[in-house]
Design a protein around this ligand. Structure first.
Ligand code: C2E
Ligand code: CA
Ligand code: CA
Ligand code: CA
Length: 278
């Protein structure tokens, strides 16, 4: 009886109930975030590494809650995935991002690409391909300017369904990008069996490319491998000129990071573009 009492206490310790209470509270707030207009998309430019020419932007979600302030996506995206809220949120992201880039294409006359992060649960949802079709139809965005960023975590499950979705998207002309490359646990074989167009080198490799000869070797090898598989390469997390120089010397195609601009709200991104395209 004594033991039982102890384990019961451990299971319902004040600390734990505090945690789960907080979780439930964040969950119910997240549930209402869409209708309360608390979600916002920020945009970060992606440029041609050699010339600095703007080629597109990555859409990055932000949540500004009345009670909690700004919540980082690293904190609420996992929760949105667990609860399935990522489905309506992801739909909103796709719709908003496609509308915004379509508008900017009109304003600039450029064929800008929008990169959108797609989480595994969202990708595997039965309605995903329909959502993509509908969003493209409604926004009238040419599919080649939509690039979906998918992490290696998704590839681990190489089910028939996943392959079917890849095929649908590829047939449609949507671009597919492998995000956070090098940080997952997958073998490399998937690179030849899935129709990827782009590989994004994770910022953890880019950050130390000047100080660390190991990271420099990895980045160089990743670029060479990607190119021999006909993939374009984007380096994320570029913060300083020497990093960009290194990437250029090693023929990296595109770059993204604070060196060019932080992710900013749509209105500010639009202004940044008019300044930069002068
Ligand atoms: P990610 O896809 O790897 O996005 C890159 C992250 O690096 C972003 O963090 C961006 O703000 C940050 N970053 C950009 N340039 C630099 C730089 O020069 N230095 C450093 N240190 N960081 C830089 P953020 O915006 O906090 O997003 C975190 C993660 O949340 C994203 O990582 C992505 O996995 C996820 N996420 C963001 N928006 C969405 C979304 O709409 N849907 C889904 N499913 N996930 C999203
Ligand atoms: Ca990304
Ligand atoms: Ca393709
Ligand atoms: Ca990353």
């Amino acid at each position: 009886a004594k033991d039982k009492g102890k384990s019961a206490y451990q299971r319902f310790s004040p600390e734990m109930s505090q945690d789960s209470h907080e979780r439930l509270q964040i969950e119910s707030r997240l549930r209402r975030a869409l209708e309360l207009n608390e979600l916002k998309l920020y945009y970060q430019p992606i440029v041609e590494a050699g010339t600095g020419r703007l080629v597109g932007a990555e859409a990055l979600i932000r949540w500004n809650n009345r009670a909690m302030g700004l919540v980082s996506p690293d904190k609420f995206i996992p929760l949105a995935e667990e609860t399935g809220l990522i489905i309506p949120i992801g739909e909103w992201v796709l719709k908003t991002a496609c509308e915004d880039i379509k508008q900017w294409q009109k304003n600039t006359g450029l064929g800008l690409t929008i990169a959108v992060n797609v989480s595994p649960r969202q990708f595997r949802d039965a309605g995903f391909t329909n959502t993509i079709d509908k969003v493209l139809e409604d926004s009238k965005l040419d599919p080649q300017y939509l690039e979906l960023e998918i992490t290696e975590r998704l590839i681990l499950d190489n089910s028939i369904e996943t392959s079917g979705i890849f095929k649908h998207l590829d047939d449609k002309g949507v671009k597919l990008s492998i995000d956070d490359f090098g940080t997952g646990y997958s073998a490399l074989g998937y690179l030849k069996s899935y129709p990827f167009d782009t590989l994004k080198i994770d910022k953890s490799f880019v950050q130390d490319v000047i100080e660390s000869s190991e990271d420099a070797a990895l980045v160089t090898a990743i670029i060479t491998m990607a190119h021999s598989l006909s993939l374009k390469v984007i380096a994320e997390g570029v913060e300083e000129a020497p990093q960009l120089d290194f990437l250029n010397q090693h023929n990296c195609d595109f770059a993204q990071g604070y060196y060019f601009n932080r992710p900013v709200p749509a209105e500010e991104f639009s202004l940044w573009m008019s300044d930069n395209l002068k």
